[in-house]
Design a binder for this molecule. Structure first.
Ligand code: NDP
Length: 341
């Protein structure tokens, strides 16, 4: 690839995550540059366009979005909208001839995920789900340690993701609305626990059990759940115990229990400053790994996949699998029965 070649990206939805994490990370990208913005708030978009040196003719709203079709500067659209809007904007993006990066969770339903995959395929465009942890050096090191046998035979994975849902935070208001959020804590952050169990083992679960709990009378949880605990059985015999909560204090942790050693990542899936420990013979040692900007790495991964015409590591099918499994987790909790995948 020519060293100077960068693809043009449009960010769709200028909310908290887009403006605080993703847009600043383009400065660290080697293959990607931010060239367009899509927003329902023109004044906000103008402000960010000035800040990032984006031509104001490259500002779109949700109606003019389809006109991206006529803008050859834009190769990729990055959908950072509420979950319930991912399917529509991914499909319209692909139909406008653009490659698509879509935030997690991919969409509310399996049918929406399939329609997104089909639309990208029909338009001959790439579709990647923004599973940043799969591009993050500490998580990659944990996968390598777990799968190389260095922990001995893997027995159990646990993963916990929780935070307090704040109804005063505009970014949390749509998360209380089932149509926009798709689900509760499981769709928002429990998905990281599910991902961890899958990428640490490198396997797909065969059986699921689950419980949910929402504090009675808590108005935040009228439509979406507060807590989900779920257990997954994997073909190798590994069992994963996962939790997801909008009610317990900030936690982003993965633990991997092997016959020889135990690995702990805490925080495992934060934005920066991860920590990795290995305990062996009652001695716990911290491993030092070089911290990198995971957002820049994942963004460049899609640009490179497009330039070399390769399937990205976390394609639409990966997002669909999680949406399918999350719905089976809800089914297991609802019925109280073990669900076969
Ligand atoms: P925000 O509410 O902060 O941002 C969403 C943006 O979408 C809004 O600012 C708005 O942008 C636009 N929007 C359009 N229609 C609506 C609507 N009806 N209600 C609310 N917003 C609307 O949310 P987040 O940034 O926290 O989350 C956005 C997405 O990113 C979600 O899918 C979430 O799961 C994902 N995310 C991923 C993270 C990760 O680590 N990978 C971390 C955080 C979020 P505008 O005003 O420009 O139109």
């Amino acid at each position: 690839l020519p060293p100077e070649k960068k693809l043009g990206w449009a960010v769709v939805g200028l909310g908290k995550f887009a403006t605080e994490q993703i847009m600043p990370s383009f400065a660290e990208c080697k293959r990607s540059k931010l060239v367009a913005l899509v927003s329902g708030d023109r004044a906000k978009a103008e402000k960010y366009a000035r800040q990032y040196g984006i031509n104001s003719k490259n500002i779109y709203d949700y109606q003019s979005y389809d006109n991206l079709r006529n803008n050859p500067e834009v190769d990729v659209v990055y959908i950072i909208l509420p979950n319930g809007m991912h399917a529509e904007y991914t499909i319209r993006g692909a139909q406008a001839g653009k490659h698509v990066m879509c935030e997690k969770p991919m969409a509310n339903t399996v049918a929406e995920c399939q329609a997104m995959i089909d639309a990208a395929k029909k338009a001959n465009r790439k579709l990647m789900i923004a599973y940043r942890a799969q591009y993050e050096p500490y998580n990659l090191a944990a996968i390598q340690l777990a799968q190389s046998g260095k922990l001995g035979k893997l027995k159990v994975v646990t993963s916990d993701h929780g935070r307090i849902l704040d109804p005063k935070d505009p970014a949390d208001v749509w998360r209380m609305d089932k149509k926009l959020a798709g689900g509760g804590s499981l769709y928002d952050i429990g998905i990281y626990s599910l991902q961890a169990a899958r990428y640490i083992t490198g396997e797909e679960p065969t059986e699921i059990t689950a419980f949910t709990y929402s504090t009675p009378g808590d108005t935040r949880f009228r439509q979406v759940e507060e807590n989900v605990n779920f257990t997954l059985r994997f073909p190798s015999g590994v069992l994963a115990n996962c939790t997801s909560s909008y009610g317990y204090s900030n936690t982003k942790r993965i633990q991997v229990f092997g016959s020889d050693a135990v690995l702990e990542l805490d925080p495992a899936t934060d934005y920066y400053q991860h920590r990795l420990y290995i305990s062996r013979n009652n001695r716990r040692e911290e491993q030092n790994i070089e911290e990198k900007n995971q957002f820049a790495l994942e963004i460049d991964h899609l640009s490179e996949s497009i330039m070399t015409n390769k399937q990205p590591k976390t394609p639409g099918e990966e997002g669909l699998q999680d949406v399918k499994l999350m719905n089976l987790i809800y089914q297991a909790a609802r019925t109280g029965e073990k669900v076969k995948v």
